[in-house]
Ligand binder design. Structure first.
Ligand code: FES
Ligand code: FES
Length: 158
């Protein structure tokens, strides 16, 4: 067992964990933040995407011990303290960019990252940047619409 401390959404979580514990399991089972999903466990689907020190990562591909002392943001960080939805969440709602919702937290965290890092992404580039996130329901069109809308609203707010 190894003591691991990770700052998740501004709160410090410290636990003794087995060395093989994945970051996604630390987030879901130790921090009890269940918005981050496990779709495949093999690094393909992107349902487990979170931000690690502001960079998107697939949390099923990282050990919790590798994130010791680092900062993680999960989908729970998006909603404001007043319960107001974030720009990304509103865009996904407004464009019907989810059906079962299993993939959605991963897409939201990617969107959160993309609209801050790349203010002028074309539809083609959005598709390219989202190639590591799978959705079995929507056909992606509405997801690209939502990312474009979130990007526009984020740029207008700057
Ligand atoms: S659960 Fe991590 S990529 Fe699918
Ligand atoms: S909304 Fe069902 S997998 Fe994307």
């Amino acid at each position: 067992m190894t003591k691991v401390s990770i700052n998740i959404n501004g709160e410090k979580y410290s636990e003794d964990v087995e060395d093989r514990t994945l970051l996604v399991h630390f987030i879901r089972d130790h921090a009890r933040l269940r918005g981050t999903h496990i779709g495949c466990d093999t690094g393909h689907c992107g349902a487990c995407t979170v931000l690690l020190n502001d960079r998107p990562v697939k949390s099923c591909q990282i050990l919790a011990v590798q994130a010791d002392g680092e900062s993680v943001e999960t989908v729970e960080s998006l909603e404001g303290s007043d319960g107001k939805l974030s720009i990304e969440q509103e865009a996904f709602r407004d464009h019907f960019a989810m059906q079962c919702g299993y993939c959605t937290s991963g897409f939201l965290m990617m969107t959160h990252h993309l609209i801050r890092e790349y203010p002028e992404l074309s539809r083609e580039e959005i598709r390219e940047k989202l190639h590591g996130n799978y959705c079995m329901c929507t056909g992606y069109q509405q997801i690209v619409d939502a990312v474009q809308d979130a990007q526009k609203k984020f740029n207008e707010k700057k």
